[in-house]
Ligand binder design. Structure first.
Ligand SMILES: [Zn+2]
Length: 263
């Protein structure tokens, strides 16, 4: 599933591609034909990301809500690229953007937009988000920290890759109860979220392995060298050599190193 950095990057790229002129909107698949017709020939007023939610507001306060879910993709194409019949929405500006397989693609009223935002925890990529709000969401929660980090009402934009990597980087065992984390650990977790998600937007992918461990800059790392624990079960830890572990936590696999992340 795309994590917050992907959606923020999308928001930025869509703004620069579609922001200046009238947008042509169609639904090659047909499932969003009515909505596309309502957006067609309007201008994009704002494009914003809140966690994993993307909101495009067109002239006349028409709000398009997109959530990519598990398999959704929203990708740029050359204007002459013919859309396939799986494309739910095609937007044309200086490039074409093809949306496929989204969990949500709908025009929504302002109240619904406000409701979605209201239900989200602080987003590390949004200015004004506070670590105190993140910390207060975890007070009295006995839930393992790895589960809390996927709860979008606690912190918006973190997904399965980042949560495993953050906990490794800070030496926190995924099963530790959320309320047991110290103030310093919570501050570090927030600071790391901010810096890692920012790097994710810049690189347009997740790279957590740092220069000290890899000997090269994050942008140059190959995909198989970019992460510490995610999907590396059975492989040696990049720091201590122990075998990386995996277990299901609330239905989602989580990876960690038993030696680097103490209970
Ligand atoms: Zn280790």
């Amino acid at each position: 599933m795309p994590e917050g950095h992907t959606i923020h990057r999308l928001s930025k790229d869509l703004r620069s591609d579609l922001g200046a002129s009238v947008v042509k909107a169609t639904s090659p698949q047909g499932r969003f034909a009515h909505g596309a017709a309502l957006i067609n020939k309007k201008t994009l007023a704002t494009s914003e990301a809140w966690g994993k939610h993307l909101f495009l507001t067109f002239s006349g306060e028409t709000i398009l809500h997109i959530h990519l879910g598990l398999i959704g993709k929203f990708r740029p194409q050359a204007l002459e690229h013919e859309p396939s019949d799986t494309v739910r929405l095609r937007l044309e500006g200086s490039r074409a953007w093809h949306l496929t397989g989204p969990q949500k693609c709908a025009l929504i009223p302002k109240e619904e937009y406000l409701g979605v935002i209201d239900g989200l925890g602080p987003d590390p990529l949004r200015r004004g988000s506070k670590w105190e709000d993140f910390a207060s969401g975890l007070t009295n929660r006995k839930t393992p920290i790895a589960i809390s980090l996927l709860d979008q009402s606690i912190i918006a934009g973190v997904g399965n890759v980042y949560r495993a990597e953050f906990l490794f980087l800070l030496g926190i065992h995924p099963e530790r109860p959320s309320c047991d984390l110290t103030k310093t650990e919570l501050q570090d977790l927030w600071k790391l979220s901010v810096s890692q998600l920012r790097q994710g937007v810049r690189l347009n992918r997740i790279v957590t392995v740092d220069q000290i461990d890899s000997g090269t800059t994050p942008g140059r790392l190959k995909p198989q060298d970019a992460l510490y624990v995610y999907k590396r079960e059975g492989q040696p830890c990049r720091r201590c050599g122990s075998s990386i572990r995996v277990a299901k936590l609330a239905g989602r696999s989580c990876w960690w190193c038993d030696r680097c992340q103490r209970r």
